[in-house]
Design a protein around this ligand. Structure first.
Ligand code: 6GU
Length: 245
């Protein structure tokens, strides 16, 4: 997969050299490039923002550098999906991460200040699919951290990036049996720590009973911290035993 990120703060993306993602990049599974938006400015101050039409607080990112940047990063005749992080976008979910992980090429445009002049997305949409995407109902100072989050969520779904392919299937929000359920508690050695034993069932060796227990714990946790997720389950998603939990 190919990912391009356009930003006025390329340094924000240094962590993408580390850990799982760094390994995926060095191994050729992820071809990721970060571009400085100011490279497409032409004035002495390398200006990327200006005051908003209609008044109001803050600054808006100017369309010209963005237009040139996107023309250069996505030359006409090449295909890419453009993602613009913004708190006013559609929600980023595990399903959307999976959809993006299946794309050959993604471009992220990081806005700062009050956002990017809206004509940039409209102009880009004449050449490529454009998604405005939000991480949730809170406001970040810019799109950079949101892009770090999205790239990590996407890249770990690429074939060969995670060591253990099973771990993706068991994730909270993973499609399948755990969809709309939060993962329950996990334990490792020692069996007793500060007078706290691990749940006995995990030592039983009964794989069926352990799977049942894990599902019960996931149901209980979901009911406690995210009751609206349980309400979203389709009628056939809960069996008689689930209903007792
Ligand atoms: Cl994607 N961007 C910004 N700037 N703030 C956010 C966000 C994105 N998602 C939640 N808050």
């Amino acid at each position: 997969m190919n990912i391009d990120i356009v930003t006025i703060f390329p340094e924000y993306f240094a962590p993408l050299d580390l850990s799982l993602l760094g390994k995926a990049r060095r191994g050729g599974l992820l071809d990721l490039h970060v571009h400085d938006l100011r490279g497409w400015t032409h004035d002495r101050h390398r200006t990327v923002d200006d005051t908003p039409y209609g008044g109001g607080p803050g600054m808006v990112m100017k369309p010209e550098p963005w237009g040139e940047a996107l023309d250069a990063v996505v030359p006409s005749g090449t295909a890419a999906r453009l993602i613009i992080p913004t708190p006013s976008g559609r929600p980023f979910t595990q399903a959307l991460a999976a959809e993006y992980a299946a794309e050959p090429r993604l471009v992220f445009a990081c806005g700062r200040y009050e956002g990017i002049d809206s004509r940039v997305a409209a102009d880009a949409a004449t050449r490529m699919p454009v998604d405005e995407v939000s991480l949730g109902d809170f406001v970040l100072a810019g799109g950079e951290v949101a892009v770090l989050v999205m790239v990590e969520a996407i890249a770990r779904l690429l074939p060969g990036v995670l060591g253990n392919a099973d771990s993706v299937a068991d994730d909270s929000f993973a499609p399948g049996a755990m969809e709309s359920l939060l993962e329950g508690p996990v334990y490792t050695k020692p069996p007793v720590w500060r007078d706290r034993p691990i749940p006995e069932i995990l030592l039983s060796g009964h794989h069926g009973a352990i799977a049942r227990w894990r599902r019960d714990e996931a149901l209980r946790r979901t009911a406690r911290v995210r009751p609206e997720l349980l309400a979203r389950l389709a009628p056939g998603d809960l069996d008689a035993h689930d209903r007792e939990v």
